[in-house]
Design a binder for this molecule. Structure first.
Ligand code: HEM
Length: 216
């Protein structure tokens, strides 16, 4: 009896943790305002990944640049974000530390199904030194994406809603990519593929272009 209740209860607890951890943060490193969500992957030891989004005030329904920030436990080899809510047919971001764990790479990918994603040239990421760092427990990456909020697949154009909820997919693996010094490296399959919903419009920045222009 107890065992059949546990999966529902743990899903409920995980959702509670997620809702409690959605908030606006003012990032001291980039001076950007982000809307942040924490996605747990293990209840024990409080292991999870934080995803943060900063968007321009004039974010348009035809597509807009974003800055994404992720805070990731050191045990994680790669972490990923699916901009259109899943794995297939949407821009994918894959991030990982290099071989000496002193730098972070962002790789733009695309998959047409549940198969190893290929490099995707429709989106480009700029990783900034500001907001990208590694300490004894976590690594953090901050990157601008151009091309992540609109894409075309099978002739259909999709644009992320700049003000309102969107579903994102996310994934992580405890294993690193085969060659972590290359953004085009082969990557091993994830330990978990999951979803969250977030209103990226809550990460609005009136002076987005000026602030991002100052980042290196
Ligand atoms: C590296 C090779 C990859 C393979 C072989 C692969 C394979 C799969 C498979 C078989 C599933 C369905 C079963 C399951 O949930 O495990 C799945 C789901 C998922 N994958 Fe991947 N995956 C890969 C990489 C990625 C990457 C890089 C991302 C994100 C950046 C990603 C995001 C997801 C998400 C969000 C789901 C659940 C939602 C959905 O089905 O679309 N995957 N993947």
């Amino acid at each position: 009896m107890h065992w059949s209740v546990w999966p529902c209860l743990s899903a409920f607890l995980l959702r509670g943790v997620v809702a409690a951890n959605e908030r606006v943060i003012q990032d001291p490193d980039t001076k950007l305002s982000f809307f942040s969500t924490y996605q747990p992957y293990k209840l024990e030891n409080n292991k999870g990944i934080t995803f943060r989004f900063a968007v321009p005030d004039a974010a348009s329904s035809t597509g807009f640049d974003t800055v994404v920030q992720m805070v990731i436990p050191n045990e994680v080899g790669w972490a990923g974000l699916g901009w259109g809510g899943g794995m297939a047919q949407n821009p994918l971001l894959v991030v990982f530390r290099n071989s000496n764990n002193q730098g972070v790479l962002a790789s733009s990918r695309w998959a047409n199904g549940h198969v190893t994603p290929n490099t995707y040239t429709g989106a480009t990421y700029t990783v900034y030194k500001a907001g990208t760092k590694i300490n004894s427990t976590h690594w953090q990456v901050t990157a601008k994406c151009t091309g992540c909020t609109s894409w075309t697949s099978s002739g259909k154009k999709t644009v992320i809603n700049p003000k309102g909820n969107n579903r994102f997919g996310w994934a992580y693996s405890l294993k690193k990519p085969t060659n972590p010094n290359s953004a085009t490296s082969a990557i091993p399959i994830h330990d978990l593929g999951q979803y969250f919903e977030i209103d990226v419009g809550k990460g609005v920045n009136k002076d987005f272009t000026t602030l991002v222009g100052k980042l290196q």
